[in-house]
Design a protein around this ligand. Structure first.
Ligand code: URA
Ligand code: CA
Length: 430
């Protein structure tokens, strides 16, 4: 291990055999964390080339069980987002794409940090079970075309161990390490094709277009070299996606979007990502056709019907679709300090506000409060008058209220004139 650390520190290239050895011995506990931490820091500064990155990805994917989805009919297309604030796309896309006949078999994580992950959001539906074993997972996909389950601890365990170490050693922000981490889980999860949503902006890992493009290109190249068609869509994450940030609030927003009544930005992103999934899955010739198919499934009600059937098969009570979900009892408005136009809305600050109210978790294993969160009433480009609500906080027992209010006040920038609004979809990398 000492030799490998020094080799990478000095800018050398590791062989396939060396990377294989490193991952296997680390998972077995034969390499101590301090040596792996030094190695990760060397990678942070020296990088990994394409072959090293692919090799690391495959070794991590093979460090646990690989899910076999080959018994499902059709191409299983997975979707992954590099993480933003209030990103409700999986809840919308999984049933929507499934309604087109393309199977959706997805593993999702719990959230760490500002808001819950997809699994936490789904658990705000009474009765919904998010821990399916392999057999039930596949049976559910066969029955309703879609299943979403929590990630098994044996999915790419090398990544879990390395990510925890990176998190405390300042080595998360490395493009080859992020790319191999994400792609190893997609490969182990059995995806036959992959659509990536790479977020750019204040609320994302990648703060600028250049680094987001580099991350996207690295992941698309990994996909290509292991024979899984991969497309990356670069999307803006300066302000939160949609209006809801919080678990149950986002589930309700997903239902509204499946009905065609959701926020325009969330609906647009889901259409774009879904269309790429349909193209990779062979259901549409191109993105334009994919969008048309999805729009018809939404107008015809099949998308929402699939959502309801999916909820029921995973144990949830779909009547909430018409009756709503229990939300936190206290509602506090954050008023605009003066007249103007919203020229900025910091996604990270909104995420932190939701976390302060109890929507996220600071430590692994902490509980989340499904009913709390933030509902944005004004977003970038909207006109406001002094005293009108910018946002509404849903809270319980006053928990985190003062901090959330302060964060929301800081998150909004109100100017005299409307800003030039950058598009939501910035680039597509194939
Ligand atoms: N998400 C991941 O899964 N891994 C990373 O390294 C960063 C974000
Ligand atoms: Ca949202």
């Amino acid at each position: 291990m000492y030799d490998l650390i020094v080799k990478k520190r000095d800018g050398g290239r590791l062989s396939e055999a060396e990377i294989g050895w490193l991952i296997r011995e680390y998972v077995k506990g034969e390499i101590p964390d301090y040596q792996m931490a030094a190695f990760l820091m060397a990678v942070y500064f020296r990088g990994l080339d394409g072959e090293e990155t692919t090799c690391l990805t495959l070794e991590m994917a093979d460090s646990g069980e690989r899910v076999d989805l080959s018994s499902l009919p059709g191409v299983v297309v997975d979707k992954h987002s590099t993480g933003g604030v209030g990103d409700t796309t999986t809840l919308v896309l999984a049933p929507w794409v499934a309604a087109s006949g393309l199977p959706v078999a997805k593993m999702s994580g719990r959230g760490l940090g500002h808001t819950g992950g997809t699994v936490d959001k789904l658990e705000s539906i009474p009765g919904f079970r998010t821990q399916l074993d392999q057999e039930e997972f596949l049976r559910t996909v066969r029955e309703v075309g879609v299943a979403v389950t929590g990630q098994s601890p044996n999915l790419a365990p090398a990544d879990g161990k390395l990510y925890a170490l990176r998190d405390v050693t300042g080595t998360v922000d490395s493009i080859p390490l992020i790319a191999s981490s994400i792609m190893s889980k997609k490969l182990a999860g059995g995806a036959q094709a992959i659509v990536l949503d790479v977020k750019v902006g204040a609320g994302a890992f990648m703060k600028d277009l250049t680094s987001a493009r580099a991350l996207a290109e690295t992941m698309v190249e990994i996909g290509r070299s292991v024979g899984r068609s991969t497309v990356a869509v670069l999307t803006s994450m300066d302000q939160p996606l949609g209006n809801a940030v919080g678990n149950a609030l986002e589930v309700l927003e997903a239902v509204a979007t499946l009905r065609g009544e959701g926020p325009a930005d969330l609906a647009e992103l889901c259409l774009e990502l879904g269309a790429h999934m349909l193209v990779l899955g062979g259901r549409a010739e191109d993105v334009l056709e994919g969008r048309k198919i999805l729009q018809e499934l939404q107008r015809g009600g099949q998308a929402l019907d699939t959502f309801k059937r999916w909820v029921a098969v995973q144990g949830g009570d779909p009547s909430f679709v018409d009756e709503g979900l229990p939300l936190a009892p206290e509602r506090v408005e954050v008023p605009a300090p003066h007249d103007g136009v919203v020229s900025g809305l910091n996604a990270l600050a909104v995420g932190r506000a939701a976390a302060a109210l109890g929507a996220g978790r600071a430590r692994k294993g902490d509980p989340v409060d499904h009913g709390v969160g933030v509902l944005l009433r004004r977003k970038v480009g909207d006109v406001v008058e002094e005293g009108e609500p910018l946002a509404e906080l849903y809270c319980r027992g006053g928990r985190g209220l003062e901090e959330a209010r302060r964060l929301l006040e800081e998150a909004y920038t109100i100017a005299e004139e409307a800003p030039s609004k950058p598009g939501l979809i910035l680039e597509v990398i194939r």
